[in-house]
Ligand binder design. Structure first.
Ligand code: ADP
Ligand code: MG
Length: 397
């Protein structure tokens, strides 16, 4: 692992790609600073060494090419300045002559931050000319943006080739890789994966890649209705991907071949509308009439899933098992969180990832009990699919 801990960056100008794509409200106030806080260990280590730190990040999805005031990273730079208790030199300009001049002046112990890197349309194309201009700003390159590691962009991947002997993983990135490796290579058995969420289509490749590895596969949430329908059950108005019925049957077959125990919901809490205040009805079996929609796992299902989780030594959870955004249908997802917390107390290694799953585990109050919470939604899923992430490969090459 090419980490930063064994290197002293004194006197160096270090280019650091971070993931500062934080959620903001209509007044540009940051509503969740997790991503900023998680980049601090790397930034602080470099500053402590006496390096000058130049941060690169993207924010939202600029479309026009060029500066867009509503997607400026300025509020993030100001926020970071507040938590570091130190000036963050914000480039404002996206003109490289201006940026280079600021970078040249930057001293050890100082922090500079570039504007939204996606204001350059070349960024998402992985353009080498842009990468070259960025590379000219510093002496070393550190990638700490796990959340963008599945993107082959100029600042996440292409840039690394300009630093053949001084490119490194940041501490956050290293933590993610170490834990994902632990999960996917020789996990302690029994290994249970809990896969939920709304759509089977977004998780097919994850499930396929996990089947040879896991002992138990729990399928919950919206995607379980595609399985249920494929198995000839009535699912009413529940979410279902009719073009994936055969995929569901194939995955079941594959699970059997791999000797994986597959667990699907056996009872359901349904609603007569997609809202928190709809009428709620309990179905003791998956046999849901037309006017009802499956919204959450029932009590029997929660217990069945719980028993499997409590017997596991390695646990991976991606995808809520109900519409947890509605309080009345968050019970199933919260019970998964509770059982996983209990299993970790008993010594299991538990990993949780996925944008919605992470927000669910935080809401549940059990987040601090989880061994490893991934900061990358898409990046983690692609890793679990067995893909090589360009952001990781670029450092290792
Ligand atoms: P993650 O972001 O953790 O990978 P997904 O995006 O795959 O998770 O799925 C999360 C979404 O799945 C949530 O918005 C949740 O409301 C939805 N979901 C879960 N169960 C159901 C259900 N029974 N019907 C509709 N949507 C569901
Ligand atoms: Mg999601």
């Amino acid at each position: 692992m090419k980490g930063i801990n064994d290197v002293n960056f004194a006197g160096k100008k270090v280019l650091v790609r971070v993931d500062f794509n934080v959620p903001v409200d209509e007044n540009k106030k940051i509503t969740d600073d997790t991503r900023i806080m998680e980049a601090l260990p790397t930034i602080n280590k470099l500053l402590k060494d006496g390096a000058a730190v130049i941060l690169m990040a993207h924010f939202g999805r600029p479309k026009k090419g060029g500066f867009e005031p509503e997607l400026s990273l300025k509020p993030v730079a100001e926020y970071l300045s507040g938590v570091l208790k130190k000036e963050v030199v914000f480039t404002q300009s996206i003109d490289f002559a201006d940026i280079q001049a600021l970078a040249d002046k930057l001293q050890g112990g100082q922090v500079m931050m570039l504007e939204n890197i996606r204001f350059y349309p070349e960024e998402t194309k992985g353009d080498i000319e842009l990468a070259k201009k960025l590379a000219a700003l510093g002496d070393c390159y550190v990638n700490d943006a796990f959340g963008a590691a599945h993107r082959e962009h100029s600042s996440t991947a292409t840039i690394a080739q300009f630093f053949p002997n001084n490119k490194y993983f940041g501490l956050l990135m290293e933590h993610e890789i170490v834990n994902l490796k632990k999960l996917m290579t020789a996990p302690e058995k029994p290994f249970t994966a809990i896969i939920g969420g709304s759509k089977i289509s977004s998780k097919i490749d994850v499930i396929k890649n996990l089947l040879p590895l896991v002992d138990n596969l729990i399928i919950g949430g919206g995607m379980s209705y595609t399985f249920a329908k494929a198995n000839g059950k009535r699912i009413g108005r529940s979410i279902c991907e009719d073009d994936k019925l055969q995929v569901a049957l194939d995955l079941q077959e594959e699970a059997k071949k791999e000797n994986v125990n597959l667990y699907l919901p056996v009872d359901i809490l349904a609603g007569d509308g997609f809202s928190n205040d709809c009428n709620i009805k309990y179905f003791p079996e998956i046999d849901i009439p037309n006017e009802w929609e499956g919204m959450d796992a029932g009590e029997k299902t929660r217990q069945m899933f719980g028993e499997v989780i409590l017997k596991s030594k390695t646990i991976l959870w991606n995808g809520p098992v109900g519409v947890f955004e509605f309080e009345n249908f968050a019970g199933g997802t919260n019970s998964i969180a509770k059982y996983i917390a209990q299993a970790t107390d008993q010594g299991a290694f538990a990993a949780v990832g996925g944008g919605d799953s992470v927000s669910a585990i935080k809401k549940s109050g059990f987040a601090d009990k989880i061994s490893y919470i991934s900061t990358g939604g898409g990046a983690m899923l692609e890793y679990l699919e067995g893909k090589t992430l360009p952001g990781i490969k670029a450092i290792l090459d």
